[in-house]
Design a protein around this ligand. Structure first.
Ligand SMILES: Nc1ncnc2c1ncn2[C@@H]1O[C@H](COP(=O)(O)OP(=O)(O)O)[C@@H](O)[C@H]1O
Ligand SMILES: CC(C)(COP(=O)(O)O)[C@@H](O)C(=O)NCCC(=O)O
Ligand SMILES: [K+]
Length: 279
């Protein structure tokens, strides 16, 4: 079995992948603050022959995790943001400073779709752009839905956006604090994504397919007007592409990769932008 780990600021996600069949056998998540202890919600390491890790948590969390895993598992691969990988050139002045989850997402997106806009809706919402030739432009970082809510400190901490609520509902003015906050941050997130996408496509003269991942991807997806696909395993896709192990991976396949969304024509994106400027 291959253990894939995506350690974010909020949740540490894992999945077990069968090295022979390439099937995903199980998956789970624990709070990043908590200690890693095989047992409870952590897979049994006895069946694991290799681990691939993407981590943006504190260095100590990664060090401890790697130390623990190295004692039990033969192959431990840790992903790093580099200047170039798999045909993508990192757009950061200091490539190593780009969050490795963003780098994995950008690589997976490029591997799947060529040029793309990769959006990760986790603790932070990150919006990264890769051009068709492989140049990563850099990106945008805004607080995630939960962080935005917490920053308001309005005692609404535990009131999550109802994942069943319709986007239309979330776009109405709230008539209670809870709704005003939820609708406000939702609007902030989705309008930022829509606008940033249009601005960058306009500047670069190319309509890019958009891919969405992260804990809030599904709820954010409903308010994003740009054609896009939700890809929960996008960060894992980067790990698969960087450290291919199974036959399918060596053939370039990434588990759970969606169909590439067809972007709208650049003229339409530009017309939408021009229209919003008139309002
Ligand atoms: N069941 C859940 N538990 C925790 N967070 C959730 C859950 N469902 C959605 N979320 C949202 O997902 C975010 C965490 O998403 P994730 O992509 O795992 O973040 P990160 O990679 O930063 O750890 C939380 O900040 C929260 O807004
Ligand atoms: C921007 C992030 C905090 C997002 O982390 P996440 O929401 O996935 O936990 C992470 O990618 C990070 O720590 N990046 C380093 C700074 C940068 O990418 O510029
Ligand atoms: K993120």
């Amino acid at each position: 079995m291959i253990l894939d780990l995506d350690i974010g600021n909020t949740l540490s996600k894992w999945r077990l992948k069968d090295a022979e069949s390439s099937e995903i056998r199980s998956r789970g998540a624990v709070w990043t603050r908590e200690e890693w202890r095989p047992g409870a919600d952590i897979p049994d390491l006895d069946v694991v022959e290799a681990v691939r890790i993407s981590s943006v948590a504190r260095a100590a969390v990664l060090e401890e995790t790697v130390a623990l895993l190295r004692r039990r598992v033969r192959h431990v691969h840790v992903a790093h943001s580099t200047q170039e990988a798999l045909g993508v050139v990192n757009g950061y002045e200091e490539p190593g400073r780009l969050g490795v989850d963003r780098w994995m997402g950008a690589l997976a997106g490029y591997h799947l779709a060529g040029g793309c806009c990769a959006v990760d809706c986790g603790s932070a919402i990150t919006i990264d752009f890769v051009l068709p030739g492989g140049q990563h432009l850099g990106g945008f970082i805004i607080p995630g839905l939960r962080l935005m809510k917490e920053s308001l400190k309005l005692g609404t901490r535990n009131v999550a956006i109802d994942p069943e609520s319709e986007a239309d509902e979330l776009l109405e003015p709230g008539r209670r604090t809870v709704d005003a906050v939820n609708h406000g941050i939702y609007m902030a997130a989705v309008s930022a994504i829509n606008r940033i996408y249009s601005e960058v496509c306009d500047q670069e003269g190319v309509a890019l397919p958009m891919l969405l991942t992260g804990g809030d991807a599904r709820v954010v997806s409903r308010g994003v007007q740009v054609p896009h696909a939700v890809w929960p395993d996008m960060v894992y896709g980067g790990l698969e592409a960087c450290f291919p192990m199974t036959l399918a991976e060596r053939a370039g396949k990434m588990s759970g990769a969606p169909r590439v969304p067809e972007p709208v024509a650049l003229e339409k994106i530009r017309a939408g932008l021009a229209f919003s400027m008139l309002l």
